[in-house]
Design a protein around this ligand. Structure first.
Ligand SMILES: Nc1nc2c(c(=O)[nH]1)N[C@H]1C(S)=C(S)[C@@H](COP(=O)(O)OP(=O)(O)OC[C@H]3O[C@@H](n4cnc5c(=O)[nH]c(N)nc54)[C@H](O)[C@@H]3O)O[C@H]1N2
Ligand SMILES: Nc1nc2c(c(=O)[nH]1)N[C@H]1C(S)=C(S)[C@@H](COP(=O)(O)OP(=O)(O)OC[C@H]3O[C@@H](n4cnc5c(=O)[nH]c(N)nc54)[C@H](O)[C@@H]3O)O[C@H]1N2
Ligand SMILES: [Mo]
Length: 754
């Protein structure tokens, strides 16, 4: 084992500044910010070039998030501040050359911050960290593929191999990646979705027969009410604010349910409508419900009580389309207002008001993201939201439905094309027929199970198509221990991150083209949050002559390991149309894939609940699932900690140290706390505390977190991901989806001494 490589970023002394949270999102500052980052990283010409071609029909798909683009028009500048940061940092002029890697050992690199690692720039050559060495050195592509082939040939059983996927991979790359895993003989395909919207997929899949959202972008201007639950669109999906402004302009209401009053939901200025930038912005949320962290199941139950009591339910819809209504109704009726108010932290009076708004709504959209999906009872919360939509008949019509807002720009597409650790039997049968490869039938590891298996010495080879699993997963030190027990870890990446430093005995980095770059083999395709599949074409000169595209790398690994019989890998590595034809022959909804993906704007995948409504469930009907309210008490001195994103990061990629909208500057190792809780604990602004998490008798401690007074419910704390991941216990997961409970960590605090 390589000693002295740090799994966590160093603790630095930061000169923190705390100001009032911002009242208005985006506008000129947002545009200026993205341009100034762009110019510093990529230069002016490159910045303008990239910004002009993002999200155009003939351009590349913005890697920032999965929010869709308007179907009928796309302006020259269809992006937002954070999308701009994402693609200009990919288009950076800086390079990590082999000579740089000869200068720094992995131990030295691990003492840099995550931001410093990213800012070293784009990786230019394939490199290897050999067993016994502390330095990466260059390796030829052929030797890299042979190294992987050797490792595969040494596996005692195929389940010792694990292939991870991050949600930026295109449909083409992801489909081949899944095929490669299955030719090795395993369904061990953990992906970032396991830590993200898995709960949405599981909950919706059982309730309505599809694990995806059921609204189109146009629905937002037709809805009379949109609930935005557990989501921070101002920072993480800024273009969504335009859709919410559309709801408001058309006379509808938007209500935010969130422990924090996030900027952007109060006022918003569209960064691309330059004329209006000087105005006050469009007010977005009509009301804000500061639910306690983990209190949404109770709050939704309260709303359901009002709706059922008022009798504002669509009995015809319920009769014709659903099963299980009576059961749920009984459960709602016996849930006590005491529990509902206590758990949600919202007064009965305010819940009655919210319930009235929902029961009056004829066209209701419920949106959600990580504030809902990363809890023990996430699947139950999502099904409760779904029950409300079913009771009001909010499926199969414009302006209504479920809207889980996806994160990574192609995370939804990756799942559609087979990145799934428990694929359906039908998918496997069709894959076997079309590829000739004998498909493994057993379910594979998700992200949590992968770490547990590696910890138990059951993984010999780990390969990642993008991402940074070490820092993205819960329980950082446990993940590090697990990674170190693997023989070979392989990362297909654009930029350096901590997963390249905490590795198996040997490690490979295979550098790939990014979204923004020209690919000699043609364009790729992606699916957005609303089920539209469209093309993505990069236009910049690649960062180095040695880069290969992701699909090319996967086909080269495939040919090196398995040759061309029964599956001719080279055929797919030379022409992406061949990959799309293969996807079309296996996955429903991709008819005429190659022709339709070339049409401007692409095409919608079929969606029963949205288009019918029809329900692909065992009973052929949508299901009301009934859950008891999750009751849990923690000692009075303990807190519930949520981990979230600051304004200056993209997941584990840190762009800067400011959380501008929340008024927290130049610091990341902070913890937001209610001012009354601070007084009760004798703490003043920027005091340092140590935090200990508690789960089933196990404790994990982390030191030196600066306290920031913040408008957050009493008893709740918030800290940034990925620094706080060390505190999230590996075994603390959502029931049904196995997602780490990154938004609900029981902790105690103590002043830092020393
Ligand atoms: N700029 C930028 N954009 C991104 C990303 C990024 O890192 N940076 N990441 C992308 C990815 S992969 C994803 S998945 C999305 C994530 O998008 P979000 O889900 O918006 O991301 P988080 O920062 O995790 O924010 C969670 C929100 O939920 C709230 N919350 C926490 N706990 C609870 C709770 O118990 N109940 C309720 N009602 N609310 C709660 C928090 O206050 C916060 O506002 O964004 C995508 N877009
Ligand atoms: N505590 C806590 N943990 C969380 C979350 C949370 O809210 N709280 N959120 C979770 C969520 S929602 C998600 S989605 C996961 C994210 O988990 P991941 O997807 O694994 O992590 P990212 O930080 O998005 O990955 C960044 C790396 O991807 C590589 N990369 C970037 N672009 C490309 C590309 O085009 N191709 C390739 N091959 N590589 C590329 C770069 O090397 C970069 O360093 O984290 C999860 N972890
Ligand atoms: Mo995500």
């Amino acid at each position: 084992m390589r000693e002295g490589v740090n799994a966590q970023p160093p603790i630095t002394s930061e000169k923190i500044k705390v100001r009032k949270p911002k009242k208005t999102a985006a506008g000129l500052t947002g545009v200026q910010k993205s341009f100034s980052i762009g110019i510093a990283e990529a230069g002016l010409a490159q910045t303008i070039r990239t910004m002009r071609s993002v999200n155009r029909f003939d351009g590349f798909d913005c890697p920032g998030c999965a929010w869709p683009d308007p179907d009928d028009h796309r302006s020259g500048f269809e992006f937002c501040e954070n999308g701009a940061k994402a693609f200009v940092t990919e288009a950076t002029k800086k390079r990590v050359k082999p000579s740089d890697l000869a200068k720094f050992s992995v131990q030295e690199l691990s003492r840099m911050s995550d931001m410093e690692l990213d800012k070293m720039g784009r990786i230019t050559h394939p490199v290897i960290l050999r067993n016994g060495s502390d330095y990466y050195e260059t390796i030829s592509w052929d030797d890299a593929f042979t190294t992987i082939q050797n490792s595969i040939s040494k596996l005692e059983n195929p389940d010792q191999a694990v292939l991870y996927t991050s949600g930026r991979a295109s449909n083409e790359a992801a489909f081949l990646w899944g095929t490669l895993a299955r030719q090795i003989g395993t369904n061990n395909l953990p992906d970032c979705s396991n830590m993200c919207h898995e709960s949405s997929g599981v909950g919706l899949g059982a309730s309505i027969g599809i694990g995806k959202g059921t609204v189109k972008l146009e629905c937002f201007s037709e809805a009379d009410l949109v609930l935005v639950v557990g989501q921070n669109p101002g920072t993480n999906h800024p273009r969504m604010l335009s859709a919410l402004a559309g709801t408001k302009r058309a006379g509808g209401s938007v209500i935010s349910i969130n422990p924090l009053m996030e900027t952007g939901l109060n006022r918003f200025k569209h960064p691309q409508e330059i004329i209006r930038l000087l105005g006050k912005g469009t007010p977005i949320a009509d009301a804000h419900y500061p639910v306690k962290v983990g209190g949404d199941q109770a709050l939704l139950r309260g709303i359901a009580k009002v709706v059922i009591n008022a009798g504002n339910i669509d009995l015809n819809f319920i009769e014709e389309h659903t099963d299980g209504f009576e059961n749920w109704k009984n459960q709602v009726e016996i849930s006590s207002w005491n529990d509902i108010v206590h758990q949600s932290g919202i007064s009965k009076e305010r819940i009655l008001e919210l319930g009235k708004a929902v029961s009056k709504s004829q066209r209701l959209i419920i949106c959600w993201a990580m504030g809902i999906t990363q809890h023990t009872n996430s699947v139950a919360i999502i099904q409760e939201a779904c029950n409300l939509l079913l009771a009001g008949g909010h499926f199969g019509k414009m302006g209504a439905g479920a809207c889980p807002v996806r994160g990574h720009s192609n995370v939804q597409g990756d799942r559609t094309v087979g990145i799934n650790h428990h694929p359906s039997e039908k998918f496997l049968v069709d894959c076997e027929r079309e590829t000739g490869i004998k498909m493994p039938k057993e379910s594979g590891f998700d992200s949590v199970k992968f770490v547990q298996a590696a910890r138990d010495n059951k993984v010999r080879l780990f390969m990642a198509l993008g991402g940074n699993i070490l820092s993205a997963m819960s329980d950082t030190e446990e993940v590090a221990n697990a990674m170190r027990k693997i023989d070979l870890t392989v990362q297909i990446s654009t930029k350096l991150n901590r997963s390249h430093l905490v590795t198996g005995e040997s490690a490979l980095i295979l550098p790939c083209l990014g979204r923004t770059e020209q690919d000699p083999l043609g364009f790729v395709s992606v699916e957005n949050s609303m089920g539209v599949v469209h093309s993505s074409t990069g236009n910049l000169k690649p960062a180095s002559d040695y880069l290969l595209s992701e699909p090319k790398i996967v086909t080269e690994i495939g040919s090196a390991c398995f040759g061309s019989v029964p599956f001719d890998w080279t055929k797919y590595g030379s022409n992406y149309d061949n990959i799309r034809d293969l996807i079309e022959s296996i996955i429903p909804g991709f008819d005429n894939y190659n022709a339709r993906v070339r049409e401007s704007g692409g095409f919608y995948l079929p969606n029963g609940p949205r288009d019918g409504p029809t329900w692909n469930t065992p009973s052929g009907k949508a299901m009301f699932f009934t859950h008891e309210l999750l009751q849990r008490e923690i000692p009075e001195s303990h807190f519930i900690l949520m981990t979230l994103r600051s304004h200056d990061q993209y997941n584990t990629t840190i762009y800067g140290t400011d959380d501008r909208y929340r008024g927290i500057y130049n610091a990341r190792r902070i913890v937001m706390m209610n001012p009354e809780d601070m007084v009760a604990n004798n703490l003043t602004k920027t005091d340092e505390i140590d935090i200990t998490s508690h789960f089933e008798g196990r404790t994990i401690s982390s030191e030196k977190w600066k306290v920031v007074p913040y408008d957050i419910p009493k008893g709740n704390l918030a800290a940034y991901f990925p620094e706080a991941n060390v505190l999230v216990p590996l075994e603390s997961v959502a029931v049904g989806s196995n997602t780490p409970t990154s938004k609900w960590v029981e902790v105690s605090i103590a002043p830092h001494k020393g």
